[in-house]
Design a protein around this ligand. Structure first.
Ligand SMILES: [Zn+2]
Ligand SMILES: [Zn+2]
Ligand SMILES: [Zn+2]
Length: 150
């Protein structure tokens, strides 16, 4: 029997699916469907955007499942919440790869990933001095991207 959500999974999704699997979560059809939706759309989306897409593309999925999966994917770092100063308040971006930070354009809403080992070193040096042990951190830098600056 074919699943109603049977869909072609792109290479990016394969990586994300494997991360879910490695973390010990079953690759259920609803989870696969949601991963497909979040990776096929815009590079950022709100919970309301996703819920709208689900109602259109996969009306069989319940609201609780969708929101629980959003939380799970955020916990696993597959999604990251990014704060925006607009009506959406915060959006999610897909962050499939290793630890990195975000440059957020306040004009066009683009989210650019960046990694800089100096940032990590600096944070550890500063917090060591205060006797504080870092467990995790998110860094979002707000401004204007190259295109919007011009
Ligand atoms: Zn990211
Ligand atoms: Zn911009
Ligand atoms: Zn960092």
């Amino acid at each position: 029997m074919t699943s109603p959500y049977l869909i072609a999974i792109s290479p990016l999704d394969e990586t994300l699916l494997r991360r879910l699997d490695t973390a010990g979560y079953r690759l259920t059809e609803p989870r696969k469907m949601l991963l497909r939706l979040i990776t096929s759309g815009r590079d950022r989306f709100t919970a309301a955007d996703l819920w709208e897409a689900v109602q259109r593309e996969a009306p069989g999925l319940g609201r609780a499942t969708v929101f629980r999966t959003l939380d799970l994917l955020s916990e696993l770092g597959i999604l990251q919440r990014v704060h925006f100063d607009d009506a959406s308040c915060h959006s999610y971006v897909v962050c499939g790869r290793s630890h990195h930070h975000h440059l957020v354009c306040g004009n066009c809403g683009r989210v650019i990933d960046f990694e800089q080992s100096e940032v990590e070193e600096l944070l550890h040096r500063l917090t060591d001095r205060l006797g504080f042990q870092i467990e995790s951190h998110h860094l979002e830098v707000y401004g204007r991207c190259k295109n919007c600056k011009a």
